[in-house]
Write a protein of this length. Sequence first.
Length: 80
Amino acid sequence: MAFRGRVEQTLSEASTEGKSLVGIRSMDDDEVNIHPAEYVQQVVSFTAPWIELDSDDPLVAHTSKQVPSHTDIHSYSKPG
């Protein structure tokens, strides 16, 4: 299952169970197509539009904030 699908499934289950906070486990190797290398010193990434850092739903906002923390990328640009 792709990372987005796993995040969406976790949110759906948490919502059904009435949870207000959930943990997202790190990406699997097959979910990442960029890896550190000696010639890659800095990477700037665009976040996916489905990541809602400013969501009014606390569960979605909290989960969205976890997504970038599961990568080694430190600079992000959020579309919109």
